[in-house]
Design a protein around this ligand. Structure first.
Ligand code: CO
Length: 217
């Protein structure tokens, strides 16, 4: 049986190097975690949350799924958010998409991919509600990139509308929601400028309930 020994030796090396750089690192970490950030990102192996933003274990609470979606009834994502906000008291929620997202690409294709099509239906809905805007993007690459951006903006909107975030804002707990996108080709993050820090800010950023897009989008 292949027991993936290479990964275990990598692990021992990593634990050793980390402990060398910061003595008692793991012992201290074992007592508690107090991350300031919740990361909601794509499962894509090329978008490793901690590495991208240079944060150590204990500094970033992470939820990842295909195409970084925040679905109103997804108990998995909502549970992560509730724990992050109510217990860990994170101050920032970062929704981070990435250009060239396989989930977004697949959502634009006609053929069946299996069960995942039901999940990707959420992106197809976004596509459908931005048809006029998206018609301007003639080639597949720029259309995909634009849809990746729009997807992040919508997921920021969804985060803001969860009971978890609404209740936090209601009791004046400081929670700011951010929308970022990551470039796999250059390793750089881009802020999509849809930062929402509370209920007043929400009204400023999003136009109205019927077409919930930030003003400049
Ligand atoms: Co992706």
């Amino acid at each position: 049986m292949n027991k993936l020994t290479e990964l275990f030796s990598n692990n021992r090396r990593w634990a050793h190097t980390t402990e060398e750089g910061r003595p008692d690192f793991f012992k201290t970490l074992a007592h508690q975690q107090s991350p300031a950030y919740l990361w909601i990102g794509c499962s894509d192996s090329r978008v490793p949350a901690n590495e991208i933003v240079g944060l150590m274990p204990g500094e970033l609470f992470v939820h990842r799924n295909v195409a970084n979606l925040v679905v109103h009834s997804d108990m998995n994502c909502l549970t992560v958010m509730q724990y992050a906000i109510d217990v860990l008291k994170v101050r920032h929620i970062i929704v981070c998409g990435h250009y060239g997202c396989g989930g977004v690409v697949a959502s634009l294709e006609e053929e069946r991919h299996g069960l995942i099509d039901n999940w990707l239906r959420h992106i197809r809905d976004i596509h459908a509600s931005h048809q006029t805007d998206l018609k301007r993007y003639k080639d597949k690459r720029s259309l995909t990139d634009r849809l990746c951006e729009l997807n992040v903006v919508w997921q920021v909107y969804n985060v803001c509308n969860t009971t978890v975030v609404q209740d936090a804002w209601g009791r004046r707990q400081p929670v700011t929601v951010h929308g970022w996108i990551y470039g796999i080709e250059n390793g750089l993050l881009r802020d999509l400028d849809v930062c929402v820090a509370g209920k007043t800010d929400y009204k400023r950023v999003f136009k109205d309930e019927k077409k919930p897009m930030p003003r400049r989008w």
